[in-house]
Design a protein around this ligand. Sequence first.
Ligand SMILES: Cc1cc2nc3c(=O)[nH]c(=O)nc-3n(C[C@H](O)[C@H](O)[C@H](O)COP(=O)(O)OP(=O)(O)OC[C@H]3O[C@@H](n4cnc5c(N)ncnc54)[C@H](O)[C@@H]3O)c2cc1C
Length: 612
Amino acid sequence: MLATLLASGTLALAAQSPVLVEAEAFDDLGGWVLDQQFMDLMGSPYLLAHGIGVPVADATTTVAFPAPGTYRVWVRTRDWVAPWNAPGAPGRFQVLVDGTPLETTFGTEGAEWHWQDGGEVEVGATARIALHDLTGFEGRCDAIVFSPDLAWTVPNEREALAAFRREALGLPDEPRDAGEFDLVVVGGGMAGTSAAVTAARLGLKVALVQDRPVLGGNSSSEVRVWPEGHVNQEPYPRVGDVVMELVPERRPDSRNAQGAHVFDDDRKLRVARAEPNIELFLEERVNAAHAEDGRIRWVTSQDVRTAGRTRYRGRWFLDSTGDASVGFLVGADFGVTETGHMGASNLWNVQCLCKDEDPLSMEMQRATEEAKFPRCPWAVDLTDKPFPGRTSGSTEPVADGGKPISLGNWFWENGFDRDPIWDMERIRDQNFRAMYGAWDAIKNVEGRYPAHKLNWVAYIAGKRESRRLFGDVILTAEDLRDGTVFEDGAFPCTWGIDTHFPDPRYSEGHDGDEFIADYTRGAGYEYKGPYWAPYRCLYSRNVANLFMAGRDISVTHEALGAVRVMKTTCAMGEIVGMAASLCKRFDCDPRAVYAEHLDELKALMTRGVGRN
Ligand SMILES: Cc1cc2nc3c(=O)[nH]c(=O)nc-3n(C[C@H](O)[C@H](O)[C@H](O)COP(=O)(O)OP(=O)(O)OC[C@H]3O[C@@H](n4cnc5c(N)ncnc54)[C@H](O)[C@@H]3O)c2cc1C
């Protein structure tokens, strides 16, 4: 089919072909945010009206049509609270064509992603399209199709939809070739970034591929978890030098969910960009890979704005995606704790429209302005249920100087018994429902905090646990407790065996959707640290050229509780970077670094790769 490039990057096909407009490719996203987290589940990045209860500004674009006339409009969306049969369809939005709203209100039906029928519209040669949010409560739009065939329906089945997108967007069959790298790092969290920096400093040509505009993963300003753990420990005090270049300066407010500045995204970008051997690919999500004879040959990413595809060939690959996405794509052995695993959190904070500028400090100040918040009948109903931060049923405001309340911190967590990959959009959305339910209860049931408003809410979920790739050693909690000594001890663990489970004090009435966590601690969950965990946890046992670093390494569910804090995951990255340099020097694979070059690895660990 003949394709013609039209205005604004919209691509229309021959006159009778439908016109596909991807929401994420709009010229101006307005107040909508780009959400790429669930591409693997629902097929595309999408735009989210994340206004925390205040409608966001319109996203706008100009679409050129192959011929003026009548088109049927289809909008890919869903009612995001439908999985709970909750009333009210909070994610409502309109589509404006040349300033006039279509009659249909979107986001009002269907638990699943689908094409909602928007009726017929007359257009000229071009039209100005806007997504107009009606609520500020997490409306979502994947794409819009204008079909000149009024009887045609857009495919929604996974493969057919992907084929339709490729054709309608005129994407080439072959991805762009980014070239050949020594090390391809997929996932730019703390682990991936430190691996890239370390390997680059040791002379490797590195691709660092990250699906967000910033680096740091959970410790970026998008998720706001403060990196814990200790590095620069004996007998390898130089392991951690790169870590400490990446970790922001500690400040009095260096805690979870504080202001964006605390997490200093620029610092991580600056350190990575200072390395001439790193080619940085931001807003690129790896979603395909190719392996032959037990080795990865290449991975392919999708640009989250344009859908363009890029291939990265490499000798060695690092899976630092958290979810072991690369390993999964190439058939690496992995384990996942099906139920009773750690969940995900969407941190949040509140702010007073008064003198109190510390967002998590809820000490009551005299109100200077009223911050209204609408009722949320579609949220978790916490009218008469306990949650952290609630005064025991009191409707009296806490007096000035009262204790900070516990809103938005790490224990607002759910998904313990849900699939941490395939149920992930639901898990993130249940975090939203819990937060909105709590705030509704505080503001509208208890009548407390009249001058406070929801200030910031992460729409990128902070994940703790999903797939763990198996290496030659699978580290266990017994190893930590017993102090098992591995000759290849390579990164220091200093955090307790801290796994999470639903907090029984807040679980009643929320079966399967518990949203407050407690954690394991005390006897049986402690060990003598620093504990040096083995290098053999950092490469795949069955894919010869695959490293891993971060929460997807070779550990059991319990041991993950100790290794997952971010100075530790970042130190894993350093070790992978060092090991990759030995792979290049000795023309070998990760396993041989343990079997044949452990002394050289220890020499690098002794020397360190820091700049300071
Ligand atoms: C609420 C919460 C509180 C926590 N508290 C602490 C704490 O106080 N201190 C602490 O140190 N740790 C804490 N942790 C644990 C810690 O944040 C995680 O264990 C850690 O982030 C895991 O690191 P990672 O690099 O594996 O994953 P991430 O930090 O998630 O980084 C992975 C990165 O890869 C990107 N990515 C994923 N898939 C792809 C793909 N296919 N293509 C390209 N890029 C991709 C992601 O966008 C992300 O940026 C907490 C976790 C949570 C959720």
